[in-house]
Design a protein around this ligand. Structure first.
Ligand code: BTN
Length: 327
C-alpha cells in the first residue's frame, strides 16, 4: 500500500459527492480504518487539506501545488505523453533520470518531473538554476521512428509546446529564439535541452528536457547569467499554478507529437516560425570556434538558421548561440 492507495483516496474525493466516510474508504480500498487514517495523515503531510467531519467522514478542501503524478493525471487528456509519470522531490537532473529510464526500457511518453535539481543541465555544458517549489523541470522520453539526423526537429516541437503552454497559462505572447530559448520581452523564461541515444540510422530514444521559470522571484536568479532572464510570475504579477502549467505543456506536447508522427516536420516548423522573432534582424552567432554576424533571413526545411553575411553570401547554421545585435 502507498501511492496507489492515496491516488485512489484522492479519486474518491473528487468523484463528486461531498463527504466520503472512513468506512466507505476502508471498504472500497479493502484496507482497515486505521490504514485509511494513516493514508489521510500522509496526504496531509504532502500539503492536502482534508477536513474531518465527526461521524460523517472526510472532505478534500485544498490541493497543494505539488507536481505529484496523481494531481497531474487528474486533469490530463493525453494518451502517449504522461503514460508513466515519475515525480522526484529532488533529482540531479531530470534529463539524466529520463535517459537512464530510456536505457532501462521505459515506455514512450514517460515523464520525469523534479521539484528541484541539484545538477540541472543547460546547453553547452552550462548549469540550469533549479530551486525548489517554484518552477517546472521536466524531461519527456520519446521513441520516435526517425533517423538521428532528424532528431533536432524535436527541439522545435518542444519549443512550440512550451510557448503555447506559456500563452495558455499566462496570456502573454512568448517568442522563440533559434534554436531553443523561449523569451518574454527579450528575456529568457524557458530553456530546452534535448538529448538522444541512437545508432547510425536509428534513434533508440530522445529525451526532451524542458525548464520553465514559473514562480521564481528576482532574487532567486543566479548573479552570473549570460542573458537577461525572467519568470511568468514576474511578467504577470501573479502566481502561476505549476500543476496547470504542467498539464498544459503535456497536452500540447501530445498534440504536436501526433501531428509530427502523422504529417512530419513541416507543420511543426510552420507553428515555430509564427513564434520566431529574429527574422530580418541583425544577429551575432557564436559557433564556439568562430563568430558570425549578419541578418537572420529565416529557417530552412531542416530547421537550420540562414544568416545573410555582409558579402551577400548565406551561411547555414546548424548549432550555435544567437543574439540579436540590436537588443
Ligand atoms: C538551456 O537553455 O540551456 C537549456 C536548459 C534546460 C533545462 C531543463 S530543466 C529539465 C531538464 N533537466 C535538465 O537537467 N535540464 C533540462
Amino acid at each position: 500500500m502507498g501511492n496507489g492507495a492515496r491516488e485512489e483516496i484522492l479519486r474518491l474525493f473528487r468523484r463528486g459527492g461531498d463527504l466520503v466516510s472512513g468506512e466507505e474508504l476502508s471498504r472500497i480500498l479493502g484496507i482497515s480504518r486505521t490504514a485509511v487514517w494513516k493514508q489521510i495523515r500522509l496526504l496531509r503531510e504532502q500539503g492536502y487539506v482534508i477536513e474531518a467531519v465527526p461521524s460523517r467522514g472526510y472532505r478534500l478542501t485544498s490541493t497543494p501545488d505539488l507536481l505529484l503524478p496523481a494531481e497531474i493525471r487528474a486533469g490530463l487528456d493525453t494518451q502517449i505523453i504522461g503514460r508513466e509519470i515519475v515525480y522526484l522531490a529532488e533529482a540531479d537532473s531530470t534529463n539524466l533520470r529520463a535517459s537512464l529510464l530510456g536505457e532501462a526500457g521505459s515506455v514512450e511518453g514517460t515523464v520525469v518531473i523534479a521539484d528541484q535539481q541539484s545538477a540541472g543541465k543547460g546547453r553547452l555544458g552550462r548549469r540550469w538554476s533549479s530551486p525548489p517549489g517554484v518552477n517546472l523541470y521536466t524531461s519527456v522520453l520519446l521513441r520516435p521512428p526517425i533517423s538521428p539526423r532528424s532528431a533536432p526537429q524535436l527541439t522545435f516541437l518542444s519549443a512550440v509546446a512550451t510557448a503555447w503552454a506559456i500563452e495558455e497559462t499566462s496570456g502573454l505572447e512568448p517568442q522563440v529564439k533559434w534554436p531553443n530559448d523561449i523569451l518574454l520581452g527579450g528575456k529568457k523564461v524557458a530553456g530546452l535541452l534535448n538529448e538522444m541515444s541512437a545508432e547510425t540510422d536509428r534513434v533508440h530514444f530522445v529525451v526532451l528536457g524542458i525548464g520553465v521559470n514559473l514562480n521564481m522571484q528576482a532574487g532567486q536568479f543566479p548573479q552570473d547569467l549570460r542573458y537577461p532572464a525572467t519568470s511568468l510570475t514576474l511578467e504577470t504579477g501573479r502566481p502561476i499554478s505549476r500543476l496547470r502549467f504542467a498539464r498544459s505543456l503535456l497536452h500540447h506536447l501530445e498534440g504536436l507529437y501526433r501531428v509530427y508522427l502523422e504529417k512530419g516536420f513541416t507543420p511543426i516548423l510552420l507553428a515555430w516560425k509564427n513564434l520566431f522573432d529574429l527574422a530580418g534582424r541583425q544577429v551575432e552567432v557564436d559557433l564556439q570556434k568562430r563568430r558570425l554576424s549578419g541578418v537572420a533571413i529565416g529557417i530552412d526545411e531542416d530547421g537550420a538558421l540562414l544568416v545573410r553575411l555582409v558579402d551577400g553570401s548565406t551561411e547555414r547554421v546548424l548549432a550555435g548561440d544567437v543574439t540579436p545585435a540590436d537588443s
